[in-house]
Each structure stands twice: as C-alpha cells, then as structure tokens.
Write a protein that binds this ligand. Sequence first.
Ligand code: GLA
Length: 385
Amino acid sequence: MGWSSWNNFGPDINETVVRDTIDAMERLGLKDAGYIYVNIDDGWQRYKGSRAEHPLEVDPVKFPNGMKPLADYAHSKGFKLGIYSGPGDSTCAGYTGSEDHAAEDAKLFASWGIDHLKYDSCCSHSDAPQAEVQQVMLDMSTALIATNRSIVFHACHCGWANVWEWAAEEGANQWRIGQDISDDFNYPGNREKYYFDVLDMLDRGNAIAQYTGPGHWNDYDMLIVGLDGESKQLVGTGLSDLEYRTHFSIWSIMASPLLIGANITHLSSYDLATLTNKEVIALNQDGLGQAATLQYSSPDNSTQVYAKMLKDESMALMLLNRGTTTADVTVSMRRDLTVPWDVYRMRDLWKGRDLGPYDIPFTTEVQAHEAKVYRVWKVGCTVGC
Ligand code: GLA
C-alpha cells in the first residue's frame, strides 16, 4: 500500500512533490491506514535517451538534494521510498534505462536507501521474446537480492507474456496484469492505443486469481480514485464518487497492491473516506493473501457476486452491479457460495453496520455501478459442518 507519482504527475515529479506527499499522507491519516510506500515513477532521471550514451543519474533540477536525503526523510516519518527503472536502453518515457547495468543500478538504489523498485519493460514491448523478458527481470531480481537490502520488486510487463506464470519464481513481488489503466469505469469500445478500464481489470484479474498469494501479487495498476478525469497522463473522463468507491472495493477484495495515483493534497473528503476504510482495507491485507473469485453472474452479467475466505474463517463478499439500473441481488450461502452456513451474520463494510443473523438467502438492492462489500461470519450449520 502506498502512493505512486505516475497517474497524476507523470514525469513532472520533483523533491517538493514527494516531500509534500509524505507530509500529507501522514496528516490525512493515510499512513495510519497502511499507505507506506511512496513510489517515484518515471521521470526522476537526469538524461533522456540511451543508456549507452548517458549514465543513470538523478535530475539535479527536480531533485537538487539527490535521493538519499529523500529516502532518509521518508524513513524518518515511517514511510518507504520507491523508485523506477526498466531493463531497456531507455524507459517508457524516454529516460535512460538499466540495460546491461542491473547490478550497478541495484547497488545504487540500495545505497540511497530505496525500498521498492518498479522495473518496467514498457507496455509497447508486447512483442519482446518471453525468454528475453524473463532473463532481464531475473537479472534485476538477482541484483536486488545481492544488495542485501530488502527491496520490493515490481516486475512490470503490462500483462504480456503471461508474466503471472513465471514472475513469482523469479522473485517478483508484483506484476501488472494489463496495460495502463484509464480513468474510466466501463469505457464503451476500444481506443486506438488500448487501455483497460476498471471492469476490464476485474475480468482480467478474476481469470488469473490463483496466481496471487502472500508476497506475490497480481497488480491491477495504480488506483485512479480522485483523478476526476483531470490526469494529464491517463486517458479517461473520470468516475463518480460511487464508482471510485466500487473501483477501490474491487482492488481491495482482489488483493491488488493499493497504490494511490492521485495528488494526495487534492483528495476530497469522500475519496479520503473511500481510501481509508479500514475494514475494506483489511480484506486486501488479509493474511491468507487470496484474491476473491467470481461466484455468481446473472444471465446478462449485470450483477455479480465475488467472494473469498479470510484468515479468521470469515468470508469477504462483494455484490457488484455492472449494469445501468438498480437491481436486487440475492446470495445464498449454500447455493452460491457452497459453504454449509445455515445461520450467518454479516457486516456491511461501507455502511459500517452489522446485519443478521440470517437463516435465509440474503437479498439487497445494489445501485448501478455500486459494489456492496460485506464480511460474513458463520453462526451455525446443520449439515456438512
Ligand atoms: C508505462 C507504465 C506506467 C508508467 C509509465 C512511465 O506506461 O505502464 O505505469 O510507469 O510507463 O513511463
């Protein structure tokens, strides 16, 4: 959990933005809610162009004091600092990359006190041979381990080459399941350069949910909560408050990394309440480390039920309305979720309200594009307990 600079700031990132972000995350209760990683994405490097022609250095205008003091500042406040590079000669935004310099760069990052590396092969490199991508990711993973510093490794390959099938074995802690997210809930049709909206990410992630587990996560991309269609980096027109909440519910129950992408200092109180709901975050951070999976879909796929078990043997449940009109959704423990719970109690995690106990299927009204999220506990059962 943390923040990443890209979705809002793109390459216009600097020391002041990072410090202000750290201060705001502390002040606004985001740190207390668990958002610890402050990740500087592409654009911190001094040079644009080829690594063969330029060294990898910090841009002295954007970061006049260098990275080490910034990492020290983050650590002094209880945060961790992340940085970005890629295995190419240059990065996606055209800055010098780490090609042929993995060991040297890993040492450099460790010497600064870096805690997280997003190592990005670029979404445009879908045609890179898989063996080659596997090798360059392994080179960096090995180099990070050799530094003896604990650095979270994001092997970013935009969902190409079935990265979820091999990245964990190479030591990656997270990998993107697709290309960049767009600031849309459900964009009608394809764009020229294809981006994935919130529901696209859900469907992609649900199909590969089994690859997520403790320490190695399907990454649904940085959160768009609070961008409000104003990002210069992402396409998309923004979501309603409720849709952003649904987006957050999905990322939480699917156990995706939760990296806020908005300008922290501009978040509305509604969006802050969304991002700091501790009971929803608890589903994301649960010790079993599982992603929910689709349990039931209505014939027209407009209403869906997702669920996963949690470490304390309760269940996380999400009732999603993908359609455009309010709908009733019914869930039966035995029929839909195949748990032998005749009597159960629930808590509505967005309303903060306890419900039940019930001994009948549960029915509720779900608004268009709303996700209702519950935690469910067994109270009793008679058969197959
Ligand atoms: C790619 C990634 C983005 C971001 C940019 C930076 O597009 O998918 O998340 O890191 O590169 O250039």
